[in-house]
Each structure stands twice: as C-alpha cells, then as structure tokens.
Design a protein around this ligand. Structure first.
Ligand code: NOJ
Length: 560
C-alpha cells in the first residue's frame, strides 16, 4: 500500500462558533482558536479541519457563504486567519479548510447578479427553472424540510436549493462556475492552507432532466435522490484535481452524502485521480427510518448491523481506496449519548471503549471538538433552546403528525445542536468559552466535564485519546494501526465489537465490549495466543489474550 502523510494523520475538527471566544461577544473566533493551539498540540493531532470561517449571513452557521475570500465578521479578520495559520504551522499542525461549493449564500454577489434578470451573464451560475403547472419544477424536497425550490417573483422562475432557501445550488455544468471555484481554491492554496474538506461534494452534479423522485409517501421526495453521485461528479473532481489539487500537497476529504462503497472506490481511488478519502453516512444513518421523517426517531442502534457496515467499508476499500474514520462531527449528536452511556457511572469508560474501537481501524481518524472530553448531548427541553434551522424546521414540519412528546424527544436526541454547544474548557462561568453571553447554551454538565480537569487527571478521557493518537502516530505499532488489513471477529455478537489487523507478519487484536453488561470474548483460534501482549486497555491491569469475560465497556488491544 502507498504510504502518505494524510493516511498517517489524526484530524481534529473545529466548529469555530463554539470553540473559544476571545472577545466576549458570545461567539467563538479565530483568535480564540489561536489561543488553544497548544491544547491541540498536547492532544497530539496534526491536522485541523476548520468548519467554515468565510463571510456569511449565517443562515446555516457559515455553510452559506457570501464571500469565499473574506472572513466572517464575528470570527475576526484575514490578518487573524494568517496569524492562526502561521502559529499552527509553527507547531506542526496543518489547517484544512471547509470548501462549500455545492451552493453559495443567496447574498453572494454571484447570486445577487444571477437573480437580477433572466439575461444577466451570471444567470446560468445557478439552477433556474420555469414553474410547472404554476408550481415547483419537480417534487424535490430540501434537506432542511419543505421544497427544494424557491420562487423568485422578480423573474418569475424557481431556483434550486438542496438546503435552505438562502443556499442556492451552483450550476456545475457551467464551465465558468467551475473555473471560478478553482480560482478561489488556488487563492487559498497559495496562502498556504493544507487541504479541503468538501461539503456535500457528492451532490454537485444533478441528475439529467431533474425528474421527480420517490416521495416515500411524503409530500416531497428527498433531493438527495436526484443529486447524489450524479452523472458528471467524477469528471468534475478529476478536473479539479488537474487544475488545482495536483499542484499542491493537500489532504482532501469529500463529504459524500448518499455515497455507496462502489462510488467511494471512485472518489477516493488509490490512483489519486480524485480525492484522498470520503465521509460516508451508512453508519451514522443506521438508526434513521426509511420514511420522510426518518431521521427524527430515537431508535436503538443495532450493533450487529453497525459492525457489518463499518467492517464492509474496511475490507472493501482496503488497497483500492482510503477510509476516513469518524463518529462525531458538527452534524451528529454526541456519540457518547448515542452508542455509549453518558451517565456518570459509565461515561468515561464507554467513551474510551468507543474511541478504541474507531481509532484502531484502518483509515484516517477524525476527532470532533469535545469528543476527547466525552462531551454529551444537551438536555434540550424547550424549542427556544435550539439554534439549528434543520431542527426547528423539522419540528414545524412534523408537529401534529406524531405525539408531541415523542417528536420533541427525538429532536432532542438527534439535533445537530447537540454537537454545537460551547466547548467546555473549565468549570468557570460559561465553561470558560466566553465572558459574554454564549450564542447557544452551555451544557450544564461543564462543571464536571471540562478540559482543565481532564488535562491534570492521568486516567481522563483526554489522556486516553492522547494515548490512542500516540500509538497511531508515534509508536512502533504505527504501521499496523494505519495500514494493516482488517478482519471482523465475532460478527454475530450483539455486544462485542472485535477485530484483527494484520501487516507483515504482525497481528493486532482489538476487543471492545460496547455494552453495559459483562460479555464473553472469544479469542481468535490460533496457537500462539501467549505471544500477544497488551498495549492498551481502559481498565487497570494486564489481560492476556484468551477467551474471557469483558467488563462493561471494556476495551483491550493486544499485539504480536
Ligand atoms: C453539510 C454540512 O456538514 C452541514 O452542516 C450543512 O448544513 C450542509 N452540508 C449544507 O452546507
């Protein structure tokens, strides 16, 4: 397998709005990030993925960009950005930018021009269609509820928006649009950034003719059905590689809604003609139902299925493409409240167990801010506590169709705002995130879950993540952890997630009891079990590799 620095990296995602506020306005900012770079250095990561910091009216917290080459007022200035980049580089930390080019803000100058008249030169930068029988051109629904089309009075036509109506989709079929995007990317690369995380890049090429899609009994059909992995997406990404990416040494990861393993083999192919890796959603969508309101349920995760999904990605991509490894990001509820147990009794053990399970796999791991502290979901009660338009729109769309309490409980469980509450730095007011009024409530558990406390406690979740990262990046086992082949053990077991990694005669065995009860682990059937030694466990003691009972949330890693 070809080696590469981006395969050997550990990435930390920062959601700037919620990370650290340096000026007391209640919103995180670039200087706040700069002030915390030593903390990240201590954790051991070497790459930051920065969620969008560009100028934006903030309809979708910066994923609606009005100027790609300017910094959002609340986050600071371009000078602040340059300082942050320079300091990160001096600490050996790279910065990967979020590239949001499936859509812009409706306040971007391209869209302002585009909507101004039917014959404006930028008209074709976006996707405009005539009404059909006085209504939307097709039945596509947006990711954020309601139709994916907005009627524009001025010119009497509809424009497409897969997300909010303030996020019109760019028309990638227009060569000028593509060139404008490449120019902007080149400008950032010349500034010295180290890569791109590409927002919903799998959606940029829409299906020919924009036909109606299956509504699954709802009012609209999900626009993902007409946009994911469209006819020209690979051609566009190859063009992007030729025109921009190939000229720099970058890390590229495509957020690929709707991606299958077969498609991922193209996006992240090991010949390197498109992207380095993709974010897939099969495992995060595991507990969504196949109905129009499918996300908004609190169903239990089926561990056997979950293991199969993650394992299929491991084995299928081996040698032909590259995996990204993640459980958390700014769009997902906290994994500890979903797959783990966020009670005082098991929070730390289960966080370490889940982390072991992910970080010992093949691929490049991503840590989302606060995950390294086992930050939990927020105890949402009142609708007025939400800031995320997806959650608020979902409530308005589905209220009345189901018992109110059940709907609210599901939204509280799945809301993206769970990931967006402020980073918990210490036990002072507002968790040390801001001296002002935070833009979204701080989780009240910050007095017991915070970085200051964990940094000084050797058995904290933070220090466990540090060990996991050290093992992967700096130990004698780095190669097998990064590159080794993967085989799932005990596939039918509904408590234990165990697997084996192999490389050049060396073997690594990982056993994680992802349950709150004791569970029996069956060691691989081989003779030399006594040659294995433990290199990590979240329980005190030395455990030899053999058939054994694992304690609740126990994780052990052995190597031979
Ligand atoms: C995916 C991003 O991760 C999410 O936060 C955003 O709302 C949509 N894309 C639209 O940009």
């Amino acid at each position: 397998m070809n080696k590469a620095w981006w395969k050997e990296s550990v990435i930390y995602q920062i959601y700037p709005r919620s990370f650290c506020d340096s000026n007391g306005d209640g919103v995180g900012d670039l200087n706040g990030i700069t002030s915390k770079l030593e903390y990240l250095k201590e954790l051991g990561i070497n790459v930051i993925w920065l969620s969008p910091v560009y100028k934006s009216p903030n309809d979708d917290n910066g994923y609606d960009i009005s100027d790609y080459q300017a910094i959002m007022d609340e986050f600071g200035t371009m000078e602040d950005f340059d300082k942050m980049l320079a300091k990160a580089h001096s600490l050996g930390i790279k910065i990967v930018m979020d590239l949001v080019v499936n859509h812009t803000s409706d306040e971007h100058k391209w869209f302002i021009e585009s909507r101004s008249s039917r014959d404006n030169p930028k008209r074709d930068y976006y996707i405009w269609r005539e009404p059909k029988n006085g209504k939307e051109p097709n039945n596509w629904g947006s990711f954020f509820s309601g139709p994916a089309w907005e009627f524009d009075e001025k010119t009497g036509m509809y424009y497409l928006h897969c997300f909010s109506k303030k996020q019109p989709d760019l028309n990638w079929e227009n060569e000028e649009v593509r060139q404008a995007v490449y120019n902007m990317m080149t400008w950032w690369c010349d500034k010295g950034i180290d890569g791109f995380r590409m927002d919903v890049i799998s959606l940029i090429s829409k299906i020919d003719g924009l036909p109606d899609v299956d509504t699954k009994g709802g009012k609209y059909g999900h626009c993902i059905l007409g946009t994911a992995n469209g006819p020209h997406v690979h051609e566009y990404l190859q063009e992007m590689r030729n025109k921009v990416l190939s000229k720099y040494d970058l890390l590229t990861v495509g957020e690929c809604a709707g991606v299958t393993i077969e498609e991922a083999k193209k996006y992240a192919n090991s010949q390197g003609t498109e992207l380095n890796m993709v974010f897939q959603f099969e495992h995060t969508d595991i507990d969504a139902r196949d109905t129009p309101d499918g996300k908004w349920y609190k169903d239990k995760i089926d561990l056997v299925k979950y293991k199969k999904i993650l394992s299929d990605w491991q084995t299928e991509l081996n040698e032909v493409a590259w995996n990204s490894l993640y459980f958390c990001n700014h769009d997902q509820p906290r994994i500890i409240s979903r797959l783990g147990d966020d009670s005082d009794q098991w929070r730390e053990k289960s966080a370490k167990c889940i982390a072991t399970c992910l970080h010992m796999m093949q691929g490049t791991p991503y840590v989302y801010q606060g995950e390294e502290l086992a930050m939990t979901n927020y105890p949402f009660k009142d609708l007025s506590d939400y800031r995320d338009l997806e959650s608020i729109n979902a409530y308005n769309e589905w209220k009345g169709t189901r018992p109110e309490a059940e709907l609210l409980e599901a939204i509280a469980y799945k809301s993206r705002d769970n990931a967006r509450t402020p980073m918990q730095w210490n036990d002072s007011e507002n968790a040390g995130f801001t001296t002002g009024t935070p833009w979204i409530n701080v989780n009240p558990n910050y007095t017991k879950i915070n970085a200051a406390e964990q940094l000084k406690r050797p058995d904290s979740v933070f220090n466990y993540y540090k060990k996991l990262i050290e093992l992967r990046r700096f130990s004698e086992h780095s190669d097998i952890i990064v590159y080794g082949d993967y085989t799932l053990l005990m596939p039918e077991d509904d408590k234990i997630f165990a697997y084996e990694r192999k490389l050049n005669g060396k073997t690594l065995v990982v056993a994680c009891n992802l349950s709150g009860e004791k569970a029996e682990f069956f060691a691989p059937k081989e003779l030399a079990l006594n040659e294995y030694r433990q290199i990590l466990s979240n329980y005190d003691g030395e455990f030899s590799l053999k058939n054994m009972m694992l304690e609740p949330w126990q994780a052990i890693v052995w190597v031979k």
